[in-house]
Design a protein around this ligand. Structure first.
Ligand SMILES: Cc1cc2nc3c(=O)[nH]c(=O)nc-3n(C[C@H](O)[C@H](O)[C@H](O)COP(=O)(O)O)c2cc1C
Ligand SMILES: C=C(O[C@@H]1CC(C(=O)O)=C[C@@H](OP(=O)(O)O)[C@H]1O)C(=O)O
Length: 399
């Protein structure tokens, strides 16, 4: 299974081609749209989310509600493209002048100079414009933008649908926003994490902590600043043996953490206890092994992975997101043309997007897990994969 996304943040649409999903998988557009709406939510997001109502257009690979085994083409339109047509028309055209262009941001008419020359610290602006030899930073920021994650969520919704056929479910929820953290042990099951986080404007399972996070965001916004945080992805128990110890690039932990690191603004990823393992003695880290009809553990410090393979327990992964790079009180930067010191450009921006990132986290983990699952139980139809899967489970059970 493989996929690529394409599209600029203010271009007409974003697209993906997803190949390798087996035939006869029932796909519901409503399930994909539900995840797209979940990604758009979250307290602290900027004006763009009021303009977009992300909905997927399925252009190929699905007939009568079922996959055909052929490439699936997905598209999500950018409503904001209407407002940015003049700016985007000047895109990449080095001959345009520096006259102001009219845009209708959030229905308010605004005039902007089409060329962006003041790189924002923390964004792709400086490295991208030098590397791709671009005078206009917009030629970089349009693609670096996390708008692209909408498409990864759509692809992820298909991966989740596939894995749901084998009893694998996901929950992404927020553990920390800025200085406010949920520091209690979570002793609630996956369904309750899902239920409580869906009810929270910050995708946090605790109401009191959610309120404190809101206050943190409000204070930060008033000061023209931005915030990051931490989210966690959990799954139901995985079958033993996804991934492999035999080669570095087949290790499940390496693959899943790379997927999470590929999300814009993610700067750290933990598996199970994560960095805490460096402090504890071995007896307080390793999960002892028990047997009753099957092998099981009473703790899950390993986060469901040992030796690069799933060990039969639920996955537990966490990711740290840095604060959003665009600050309404901008940081110092150097103008690409004049080389003079200026305040960085201010693009319309989120104050924080940790809840959205947690939904993207679910998606990228689901995509990578679906890939690993298909590598192990691969087949061309869902029926064939089910036979392979059940044969393997029987083999493991009979050991
Ligand atoms: C869901 C989501 C929303 C984001 N929104 C913004 C935003 O509004 N403004 C901004 O400057 N960066 C935003 N970012 C972060 C940038 O996309 C990211 O920092 C940038 O692409 C540079 O990549 P890096 O942080 O991985 O180095 C967002 C990231 C995510 C995951
Ligand atoms: C568009 C999305 O997020 C965008 C991610 C983003 C960035 O720099 O990453 C910058 C902002 O773009 P804009 O200037 O258009 O408001 C966010 O709104 C989205 O999540 O769908």
């Amino acid at each position: 299974m493989r996929y690529l996304t394409a599209g600029e943040s203010h271009g007409k649409a974003i697209t993906a081609i997803l190949e390798g999903i087996p035939a006869n998988l029932k796909i519901s557009k409503e399930d994909i749209d539900r995840d797209l709406a979940r990604r758009q939510g979250g307290y602290g997001r900027g004006g763009r989310m009021k303009i977009e109502t992300d909905q997927v257009n399925i252009l190929s690979g699905i007939r009568g509600g079922k996959t055909l085994g052929s490439p699936i083409t997905l598209q999500i339109e950018n409503n904001d493209w209407e407002n940015w047509q003049d700016v985007m028309a000047a895109f990449g055209n080095s001959g345009y002048d520096q006259e102001e262009i009219t845009i209708k941001k959030e229905t308010k008419i605004k005039h902007v100079k089409p060329k962006v020359t003041k790189p924002r610290p923390g964004h792709a602006d400086l490295a991208g414009s030098l590397k791709y030899n671009q005078e206009d930073i917009r030629n970089i920021l349009e693609r670096a933008s996390a708008r692209e994650t909408a498409m990864r969520v759509a692809v992820g919704a298909i991966a989740k649908t596939f894995l749901r056929n084998f009893g694998i479910e996901f929950a992404g929820h927020v553990l920390q926003v800025g200085r406010v953290a949920l520091d209690k042990e979570l002793d609630i099951d996956l369904d309750e994490i899902r239920e409580r986080s869906e009810d929270s404007p910050l995708r946090c399972v605790d109401k009191e902590v959610t309120q404190q996070m809101i206050e943190e965001i409000d204070q930060c916004k008033t000061e023209g600043n931005s915030l990051g945080g931490i989210f966690e992805i959990r799954t139901t128990a995985l079958p033993i043996g996804l991934g492999s110890h035999v080669q570095w690039d087949r290790k499940l932990d390496a693959r899943l953490t790379a997927a999470l690191m590929s999300i814009q603004a993610i700067k750290g990823v933990e598996v199970g206890l994560g960095f805490e393992v460096g402090k504890r003695w071995g007896s307080k880290v390793h999960d002892e092994i028990f047997y009753e009809d099957r092998f099981y553990r009473k703790s899950n410090n390993a986060g469901g992975i040992e030796g690069g393979m799933s060990n039969g327990e639920p996955l537990v992964l966490r990711a740290a997101m840095k604060p959003i790079p665009t600050l309404y009180k901008p940081l110092s930067s150097i103008d690409l043309e004049s080389k003079e010191e200026f305040k960085a450009s201010v693009e319309r921006s989120d104050v924080t997007a940790v809840p959205a990132a947690s939904v993207v986290g679910e998606a990228v983990v689901a995509i990578e897990l679906a890939k690993v699952f298909l590598e192990k139980f691969g087949g061309d139809s869902i029926e064939e994969i089910r036979i392979n899967y059940e044969n393997y489970l029987t083999m493991v059970r009979e050991r």
